[in-house]
Write a protein that binds this ligand. Sequence first.
Ligand code: SF4
Length: 68
Amino acid sequence: MPKVIHDRNKCVHCGICTSVSPDLFEDNGKITLKNAEYKDGIGSVEVEDDTSAKSAADACPVLAIEVK
Ligand code: SF4
């Protein structure tokens, strides 16, 4: 399954991903990839459909979201 990776070390908290992909990202004081465990500022989660993740990755101004 495709993997979505969010790097908080790069994230500038602009909130675009929470608008583009609210199914994946939420703002709870920090921008958070839902259901991801974060280690050293990096969280990842596997998704069945990567359409939303790719939209978020394309929209992120600092390339803090990656889809593999
Ligand atoms: S779009 Fe990128 S920089 Fe903006 S909040 Fe999301 S991950 Fe952070």
